[in-house]
Design a protein around this ligand. Structure first.
Ligand code: GTX
Length: 247
């Protein structure tokens, strides 16, 4: 069996892996694991990833999954694909300092932008619409304020006045960042409206990836507001996992 990617495009790290593989013509079998149906909690998927999270990769007998210490597994998968398939250098530059900048961003984003984008989606849309559990206005306001200050750090410290996060070309850092930012966008937040620099960057990233692929990968998340309510038995299974994830 060749390369298999276990993904749900609802998930931001899965979107990054999906776009990267497609954009670079990497051949893979897509194994869709529908999170909102609880498919990741099945015994069959536990054989792939005992920690029951996506993305996961199988390449023959070799499996890459979520780390026990919550290291960004999607990053390990992206790097594996980068090395195995010899993709264009700009994704993860050989040059020492440019590569260090990609690493720097990826290390920062996992506990900052990731956390805030995820919380925004869940508190604004998934709890009230999908789980039928409204969130207090204070919690939502705090979450949006945190997102806003994280976006400021993103612009000031990482994007600055560059075309992309690490200079003139798209890298893994941009791809991982944009897939995170599409979570609040899917939740209906106008994050680009008051941020022209961020908006221009996001358009450059979309153009570099290719609009068709970008839209295809984000089709699901952009419909988040219309997700049907969870079946009560699925809700019961998902709730503890969701609470653990967004804490
Ligand atoms: N560290 C990993 C990475 O960066 O790839 C994180 C992987 C991860 O958190 N995966 C989430 C997951 O599989 C998907 S992203 C959030 C989607 C939330 C849907 C929850 C029903 N989570 C499933 C779980 O923890 O149950």
């Amino acid at each position: 069996m060749g390369l298999e990617l276990y993904l749900d495009l609802l998930s931001q790290p899965c979107r990054a892996v999906y776009i990267f593989a497609k954009k670079n013509g990497i051949p893979f079998e897509l194994r869709t694991v529908e999170l909102l149906k609880g498919q990741h909690l099945s015994d069959a998927f536990a054989q792939v990833n005992p920690l029951k999270k996506v993305p996961a990769l199988k390449d023959g007998d070799f499996t890459l999954t979520e780390s026990m210490f919550s290291l960004p597994c999607s990053v390990a998968i992206l790097l594996y694909l980068t090395r195995k398939f010899k993709v264009p250098d700009h994704w993860y530059p050989q040059e020492l300092q440019a590569r260090a900048r990609v690493d720097e961003y990826l290390a920062w984003q996992h506990t900052t932008l990731r956390k805030n984008c995820l919380r925004t989606l869940w508190y604004k849309v998934m709890f009230p619409v999908f789980l039928g559990e409204p969130v207090s206005p204070e919690t939502l306001a705090d979450t949006l304020a945190e997102l806003d200050s994280t976006l400021q750090i993103f612009e000031d410290n990482f994007l600055q006045n560059k075309a992309f996060l690490v200079g003139p070309h798209i890298s893994l850092a941009d791809l991982v960042a944009i897939t995170e930012l599409m979570h609040p966008v899917g939740a209906g937040c106008q994050i680009f409206e008051s941020r022209p620099k961020l908006a221009a960057w996001s358009q450059r990233v979309e153009a570099a990836v290719g609009s068709l692929l970008f839209r295809e990968a984000h089709e699901v998340i952009l419909k988040a507001n219309g997700f049907p309510p969870a079946d009560p038995s699925v809700k019961q299974k998902l709730m503890p996992r969701v609470l653990a994830m967004i804490q």
